[in-house]
Design a protein around this ligand. Structure first.
Ligand code: URA
Length: 245
């Protein structure tokens, strides 16, 4: 049983802002258990009452989770006076308090989780949890077997300690362009970590894309710059990180 105000239920369901949903209620577009209601402040049970808008039943959820395929050129921030942010790309989403879980550099592409679930974000970003992040990258030069060993054993990137062991997997080397394609899985999230690791082995990153974060994998069907809600299964897999110590 979860008693909440009808207008809060409606804003949490994502159909509009507080003033927009109040308007919808006034106009008689909202029904609770089949009857039109015209008062915003009535309390309903979010777990058992059936709320519908224009005849469609709404699903309540306290938190919201989106997968964004971040393109290059967009800031991983909630707002910026001059530049486009990842939240600007979530067109039509009106939930307050959304933020990106961790940052991708402006020129990095790929998977970005955007949510208003602070506790989940905290768990995913906690250095203690060592959540895996896998990146596809193109490096300048030929990444040799010894570079792969260095990357996987830990690299000195100018901090007190070396990076934690990572997984480095060679995809291919293009001799004509003198570039290497690589998959790199790291378990930390230090500032510019992948770029600094590749700099440390003398093969700077030319292109970087995040493919996964923990159990969450970038949906191949998602076009660059587009987003979708996470599925129930994706959400419940991510919630495991909240539970694990
Ligand atoms: N490592 C980087 O260097 N940049 C990113 O955007 C993500 C990881």
């Amino acid at each position: 049983m979860k008693q909440i105000r009808l207008d809060k239920f409606l804003t949490d369901s994502g159909i509009g802002t507080r003033s927009e949903v109040k308007n919808l209620i006034k106009k008689g577009q909202i029904a609770v258990n089949g009857s039109i209601v015209k008062k915003s402040d009535i309390k309903i049970d979010a777990t058992s009452d059936k709320v519908s808008y224009q005849g469609k039943e709404l699903r309540y959820s306290e938190f919201h989770y989106y997968m964004l395929y971040k393109p290059a050129g967009v800031l991983s921030a909630t707002e910026d006076k001059n530049q486009e942010t990842v939240l600007d790309l979530l067109k039509g989403v009106s939930h307050k308090n959304l933020f990106p879980v961790g940052r991708l550099d402006k020129d990095t592409e790929g998977l970005l989780l955007i949510t208003d679930d602070g506790a989940l974000a905290h768990s995913l970003l906690s250095p203690k949890k060592h959540v895996d992040k896998t990146y596809y990258l193109i490096a300048d030069g030929k990444v040799e077997a010894e570079d792969l060993t260095t990357l996987s054993e830990g690299v000195d990137i100018g901090e007190e300690k070396k990076t934690l062991p990572a997984k480095a997997k060679l995809i291919s080397y293009d001799k004509a362009a003198d570039r290497t394609e690589l998959l790199l899985t790291i378990h930390e999230g230090k500032f510019h970590q992948v770029k600094r690791m590749m700099e440390a082995v003398g093969k700077p990153v030319l292109y970087l894309k995040r493919l996964s974060m923990g159990s969450l994998v970038l949906d191949e069907k998602l076009e660059k710059g587009c987003f979708r809600e996470l599925t129930d299964e994706e959400i419940s897999c991510l919630r495991q990180y909240k539970i694990q110590k």
